[in-house]
Write a protein that binds this ligand. Structure first.
Ligand SMILES: Cc1cc2nc3c(=O)[nH]c(=O)nc-3n(C[C@H](O)[C@H](O)[C@H](O)COP(=O)(O)O)c2cc1C
Length: 340
């Protein structure tokens, strides 16, 4: 194993990532996001280590080569199982394995992983260390700043120290606590207050470690502004809801020259992709559901949304629906809030 491989995308400077999101960042979504943001690091949905060990691996782990660089996020708290799942995933060609220490859902709590692991930094260290020994690609962690009544200063430092000790390549921090009792997972992404300064303090304390910020970054421009003093920014809902904004990643994060998105070519590519997906037994709506927000703010966006939402689910729907829906969109206008 070489150090270069270990560091890979983390050695290249500032990094923009699209966050792992269960039910959202599946392979269809990632293929689509990749066309808009060639440089972004993409994450899978969280996949539980047990599922990798015992489930249908091709269905759970399969992806298209276009999705690189691609990180698999694992959920679990058993070092041996996580190590084995990481090893299997490396065989599939992933570029990174990430451990979820941020997800507060009940299902996850009952399995003793996700955000409640903030309470067990030593166990997180063991998990990460076992994963790191099993693979030669980067192993990383995504965590919160604490849970419940934990002091975020001590809680995040303890977690980060365990991760550093285990040899991770990056620590991504969703800059708010998770409250394990009384809030739904959705509320836990909005209600506990954001504290970006806590993440900046972590970076000051660990200047040699890659520290990435996540949470409440609603546009690529806002993400770029928060990159100062940090190593990476990660956007979740903002990227999913308004995917055209991902075209700003090149110019605003990676200093690439601004380029207009060639939407007709993009949609043709997605139609071809959808055709191939359907030929394998998939449904059109599994592809188009991730594209509904594409023309947000442009004249015709409402019609686009309506056609995709209502007609892509019909059994006789074909990929041409994408091109038909696009014919109602006018790209000449400046995005407006009220555009139809
Ligand atoms: C639908 C949905 C599913 C999510 N699933 C995961 C997940 O699988 N793993 C994870 O670490 N975070 C998950 N998250 C949290 C996001 O990765 C991210 O931390 C959170 O949404 C805050 O970032 P944002 O404000 O940019 O959306 C999910 C968020 C959403 C909206």
């Amino acid at each position: 194993m070489t150090d270069a491989k270990r560091k890979a995308h983390y050695a290249r400077g500032p990094l923009f990532a699209v966050a792992p999101m269960i039910d959202w960042t599946d392979r269809r979504c990632r293929f689509f996001h990749r066309l808009l943001a060639p440089d972004a690091l993409l994450y899978t949905e969280m996949i539980v280590a047990d599922a990798v060990l015992h489930g249908d691996r091709e269905r759970l782990l399969g992806f298209d080569s276009e999705e690189h660089p691609l990180a698999l996020q694992l959920g679990g708290s058993d070092p041996a199982k996580l190590a084995e799942a990481a090893r299997i995933a490396e065989g599939f060609g992933y570029d990174e394995i990430n451990l979820n220490v941020g997800c507060p859902s009940d299902r996850v709590q009952s399995g003793a992983f996700g955000a409640c692991l903030m309470l067990q930094p030593a166990l997180v260290g063991e998990c990460l260390s076992a994963m790191r020994q099993a693979v030669s690609i980067p192993v990383t962690v995504k965590c919160r700043i604490g849970v419940d009544d934990q002091d975020p200063e001590a809680a995040l430092d303890a977690l980060a120290d365990a991760a550093v000790e285990a040899g991770v390549s990056a620590i991504w921090v969703h800059a708010r606590k998770a409250w394990l009792q009384g809030l739904s997972p959705k509320e836990n992404r909005d209600i506990p207050p954001l504290d970006y300064s806590r993440v900046v303090r972590l970076k000051a304390r660990l200047p040699d470690m890659f520290i990435g910020l996540n949470g409440g970054l609603t546009s690529v421009r806002m993400a770029a502004e928060h990159l100062k003093g940090l190593d990476g920014v990660m956007m979740g809902r903002g990227a999913y809801g308004n995917p055209s904004d991902l075209a700003e990643v090149g110019p605003l994060i990676y200093d690439r020259p601004p380029a207009e998105v060639d939407y007709p070519a993009l949609l043709q590519r997605m139609a071809d992709y959808a055709g191939a997906h359907m030929a394998r037994g998939g449904r059109l709506s599994q592809v188009t559901r991730h594209m509904v927000g594409l023309f947000q703010g442009q004249p015709g966006a409402r019609r686009w949304r309506q056609i995709l939402s209502e007609r892509a689910v019909r059994p006789d729907a074909t990929p041409d629906l994408l091109l038909e829906a696009f014919s109602y969109v006018s790209l000449t206008g400046t995005p407006t809030e009220t555009a139809a």
